[in-house]
Design a protein around this ligand. Structure first.
Ligand code: F6R
Length: 606
């Protein structure tokens, strides 16, 4: 969602503030704004556009100040225009506020403030905060008290930060359900939606919890509890990520860089074999019922988990999209709810986990971002160690999660004697081959996939078909295509074709089929059957298969032949093809790959 960055230091922080908000741009990028202090008055610059564009247009780097806050927006309330861009100032111009989240009672507050004469210039929920601060400050001339009164009045979710002319060397901030953390350097302090806002300058972070507010100045920070005003001694979290891994490193886009990092991130995932996975396996074994939980890409990861657990264990575990959890799940003390989340901040997923905890269920999660809300909330967390995923579109995080889930299924299967020690060892060897095979594919097949994508980038509709465990691969690959290339794509199981979808096959509908290795006899045969059904109607089929014997022009319109691999890892390899095909289609169509329209990383609102 939106990104918040703030800096207070000894000297001019203009450049640091720019870098901080630029590094958070993946959270939202339809407009950007800053507030800085010029001795005693606020300088506000904001506009529609990406961070660099807005900075250039308004010469923001020329502004000099030792304190500032910035915001990059992903619109939820109100159109994308300059008026609706953060920061918002109070009517008297003394408070400037940035906010991420949704103030759910803002209509009521707005009506009330309007009656009291506070003039609104935007359609946003955030603006009420600026006016409330002014209103309460007027009463007792105490900024902290004004903040607490405001926090007690606003409902919903928020991470917010503000500066004000009355205390021009301090940033005030607070959070409820949206992420916010402090960066603690020598004679410089930061606030940010995540580490990326300050990782280049300090690796010491203080992660704020719900119901806390903080006041930071150049050489101090104080965190307090909103309810009783008591000071809280917060631990410093050392950020283990290297800021270099957050840079593009010569790749044209983060998406491509992150796809290419997968051999490494899968190795990192495999290194977890001897970590706390056994603990989580025990939780699965003990639970009377379990659910896999995720949303968007991680829902498809959850679907993959369903298949791999059905194959290797005695458990059939339904996946639930986090946003549908309350309607579907039936949780009690004997339930395990197992979530996947790259960011660890996704609102729908954390809400479902909170609900489960309130019912006494056990919770566990695979999370990429250490210190994130979900990582801290669950009973057992597996930190996947994939490093920062900056591109809005998830690639390496999802694939690593699938690898970890495969390991978990193998371990549970072994424990429950569904698979033998020998099979376990064989599967482990197969998984260990995965980084090398993916590296080979990236080295040798990217050019071909690029040409293929270029040739077919004008295709208007794609059906992505897979059967069995290839079905979640089809769903996830179709999602990549929609997200990054804005091309209509639908994932479905091959068996669905003859229940209606075949009627759609014509020159405007092309299909991509994920064909399993031939050794998976039934799955292979039924997939081939689906292809024949499409070809019988002269439909275009791009087949992605492992049959190295050679070309099969009759069956496929186009084919992408992969090396023979163990069947356990075949779907994971095909997912990489799905990622690359979407990426190259997007570049052929000149899409804004790392910042696709209408998508934001870390969806922290419901
Ligand atoms: C897809 C994508 C989103 C996320 C979803 C969950 O490429 O990025 O669909 O997968 O918003 O996010 P996390 O994994 O951060 O909980």
């Amino acid at each position: 969602m939106c990104g918040i960055s703030g800096v207070v230091g000894l000297k001019n922080i203009s450049q640091l503030l720019f870098e901080g908000i630029k590094n958070l741009e993946y959270r939202g990028y339809d407009s950007c704004g800053v507030a800085m202090m010029n001795k005693t008055h606020l300088i506000i610059k904001k506009d529609v556009g990406e961070v660099e564009e807005v900075y250039r247009k308004h010469n923001i780097l020329q502004q000099k100040s030792n304190i500032g806050i910035a915001h990059t927006r992903w619109a939820t309330h109100g159109k994308v225009n300059q008026n609706n861009t953060h920061p918002f100032t109070s009517v008297d111009g003394n408070f400037a506020v940035v906010h991420n989240g949704i103030i759910s009672n803002y209509h009521k507050l707005r009506d009330q403030l309007n009656k009291e004469g506070y003039k609104f210039v935007s359609e946003t929920d955030t603006e009420v905060i600026a006016h409330l601060l002014q209103k309460f400050f007027k009463k007792n001339r105490n900024i902290e008290k004004a903040l607490v009164r405001t926090l007690n009045l606003i409902e919903g979710t928020f991470a917010l930060a503000f500066i004000c002319t009355y205390l021009p060397d301090h940033i005030f901030c607070a959070k409820r359900e949206s992420p916010l953390m402090l960066g603690v350097g020598d004679e410089i302090k930061f606030v940010g939606s995540d580490f990326n806002a300050f990782i280049d300058y300090t690796k010491n972070a203080v992660i704020l919890d719900d119901g806390e507010y903080a006041i930071i100045s150049r050489d101090s920070f104080t965190v307090k509890n909103v309810l009783n005003g008591e000071e809280i001694i917060k631990p410093i979290t050392k950020i283990e990520w290297d800021s270099e891994t957050s840079k593009k490193g010569g790749y044209p886009h983060y998406m491509l860089k992150e796809i290419y990092e997968q051999p490494q991130t899968i190795s990192n995932a495999l290194d977890l074999e001897n970590s706390n996975l056994d603990q989580v396996v025990k939780m699965f074994a003990k639970a009377e019922s379990s659910y896999f939980l995720g949303v968007g890409t991680t829902f498809y990861v959850a679907k993959y988990a369903q298949y791999i657990f059905s194959e290797l264990t005695q458990k059939h575990i339904p996946p639930i999209s986090s946003d549908e959890f309350l309607s579907l799940a039936n949780v009690n003390k004997k339930t395990l709810v197992f979530a996947m989340s790259q960011s660890g901040e996704t609102f729908d997923t954390s809400s479902a986990l909170k609900y489960s905890r309130s019912k006494g269920a056990k919770t566990a999660a695979i999370v990429n971002v250490m210190g994130s809300s979900i990582a801290r909330m669950v009973d057992e967390v597996i930190l996947q160690g994939s490093g920062p995923e900056i591109c809005v579109i998830s690639t390496k995080a999802a694939l690593s999660q699938m690898v970890i889930l495969t390991l978990l299924a193998m371990k549970l299967g072994l424990k429950d004697k569904v698979i033998t020690k020998k099979t376990y060892q064989g599967h482990l060897e197969s998984l260990k081959e995965l980084p090398g095979i993916i590296q080979g594919i990236l080295n040798e097949r990217s050019g071909f996939i690029h040409r293929l994508a270029n040739k077919h980038c004008k295709n208007k509709n794609w059906l992505y078909l897979g059967r069995g465990i290839y079905y979640p691969i089809a769903l996830e690959s179709a999602l990549k295509m929609k997200e990054v290339a804005y091309v209509h794509a639908e994932g479905m199981p091959g068996g669905f074709l003859k229940h209606g979808t075949l009627a759609m096959i014509d020159d405007d509908v092309s299909s991509i089929v994920f064909v399993p290795p031939e050794e998976k006899k039934d799955l292979y045969q039924s997939t081939i059957h689906s292809i024949e059904e499409i070809r019988a109607r002269s439909g275009f089929v791009l087949g992605i298969h492992f049959n190295e014997q050679g070309k099969n022009h009759q069956l496929f319109s186009e084919e992408l032949i992969l090396p023979n691999v163990p069947s356990l890892i075949a779907p994971l390899i095909q997912l990489v093809i799905g990622q690359l095909f979407a990426y190259f289609t997007a570049t052929s169509l000149k899409r804004n790959v790392d910042k696709p329209r209408s998508l934001a990383k870390s969806v922290t609102v419901g």
